[in-house]
Design a protein around this ligand. Structure first.
Ligand code: SAH
Length: 404
């Protein structure tokens, strides 16, 4: 096994269980004898030692500023039961949290560092689990992971790999990045699963991420509480999750907007499935900025608006632009709220922290000159846990505003 030796004092964060070793912290790399290249192979398991040769942990080697993502601390080998143990622990937690119920079979089983498995995401949709590898290391273990999921999650019979968009694109990757790892007994072209009693169509083949945005479950339930009798605008709706809860909450009218026609088709299918007689929902394929500007120009107002845009900042260098984007879109939305109405506004950019996002929304409010109060501060749900030693895992934040 390749050995990575850190510079003096660079072991401190690892001793505090932070799972990343940055390339700048490395003093020496002692390659295993059978290496031909001068660097470890991307994805190989390496052992990490401190400058005084104390064993710190074992993890996956990566090309980039995060050089090692640690899987286990204070040991240099993974036990034979490693995947089973971690997956069983994650499943036990979701069970204890009450996420597996007759009316709910959608949940995130593995949330990367939050479940001590950096680089791995596993989402469960009823009898199917969808795996996403964000690192070559996890990609190399994909079959073992799939087998451990089926062995430890009794409801799951099939595992699909959806890593074509998430693996580092420069890496030389052998093997399939997408496809069944464990096929189902019966392949269907329409797959439905349940979130809090609402049926949603999951399309992991061509959909975004693993097919559905599970991370807004609790926030959608909060929209349901506020929806009765209101006119609602759901911007960046994707499969329409917020609209479905709003409909169940008794809205007067809901508009769902997304730039993708495919998303709009999914929203319409979901609404038809859950509310076959519905006459108070409209879905529009449009760019959010254009749509808000047009509606503002006609003096249109809504009682409740949801803004859940895609990550405006995918990395640190573009944070300033992202903040301007958040400010611009929030100002338009605040202007469009009927007096006494509510705005649910979110950011899922990990690079934009809570304070920066709040400042962008504050600037938007100030720009409109309206009286605005914060009612709720929202975040990612319990099946997207933040490892306390890895605060970078916090990514979803939201504010619920009362606009006078
Ligand atoms: N609210 C959704 C998730 C939103 S994901 C849910 O609860 O499931 C972000 C969505 O924004 C994607 O569906 C994407 O198609 C859409 N999108 C991206 N850019 C857009 C734009 N400029 N205008 C409108 N929608 C956009």
């Amino acid at each position: 096994m390749t050995t990575i030796i850190l510079k003096p004092r660079k072991e401190e964060s690892v001793l505090r269980f932070h799972p990343w070793v940055f390339s700048g912290a490395i003093a020496r790399i002692i390659l295993d004898a059978d290496h031909r290249a001068s660097e470890p192979d991307e994805g190989e398991l390496v052992r990490v030692l401190s400058a005084d040769r104390q064993v710190l942990g074992v993890g996956h080697w990566q090309v980039g500023s995060i050089a090692v993502r640690l899987l286990a601390f204070k040991t240099d080998e993974l036990p034979a039961t490693f995947w089973h143990d971690r997956i069983a622990a994650a499943y036990a937690m979701r069970q204890r949290l009450g996420l597996l119920r007759p009316d709910n079979n959608i949940y995130r089983l593995i949330h990367g560092e939050g479940d001590m498995l950096p680089g791995l995401v596993v989402d469960v949709y009823g009898t199917t689990a969808v795996v996403q590898a964000h690192s070559v290391g996890m990609h190399l273990h994909r079959q073992e992971i799939a087998e451990a999921v089926v062995a430890n999650v009794p409801e799951v019979e099939a595992v699909y790999n959806k890593s074509d968009d998430t693996l580092p694109f420069k890496a030389q990757i052998d093997g399939d990045k997408a496809g069944w790892l464990i096929p189902p007994s019966k392949v269907s072209d329409q797959y439905w699963a349940l979130e809090n009693g609402i049926e949603v169509r999951i399309d992991w083949l061509t959909g975004q991420k693993t097919g559905f945005f599970i991370d807004q479950r609790e926030n959608r339930a909060l929209v349901e509480r506020y929806a009765a009798g209101k006119t609602v605008l759901n911007m960046f709706c994707y499969t329409g999750g917020f609209s479905l809860y709003a409909l169940r909450g008794g809205v007067k009218l809901v508009h769902s907007v997304d730039v993708s026609q495919k998303a709009i088709d999914l929203v319409n299918a979901n609404v038809a499935r859950n509310f076959p007689d519905c006459t108070n929902h409209r879905a529009v394929a449009a760019d959010a900025f254009d749509y808000l500007s047009e509606q503002l120009a006609t003096g249109q107002q809504f009682d409740l608006i949801i803004l859940d845009p895609p990550a405006f900042a995918k990395h640190r260098d573009v944070v300033r632009n992202a903040l301007r984007g958040y400010q611009r879109i929030n100002a338009k939305a605040i202007e469009m709220i009927r007096p006494g109405g509510i705005l649910f506004t979110f950011s899922c950019s990990q690079a934009v922290d809570k304070e920066a996002f709040r400042l962008a929304v504050f600037s938007a409010a100030a720009q409109t000159g309206r009286r605005v109060r914060i009612l709720h501060q929202l975040h990612q749900p319990q099946d997207h846990p933040v490892n306390i030693y890895h605060p970078e895992g916090e990514y979803l934040k939201g504010l619920v505003l009362y606009v006078e």
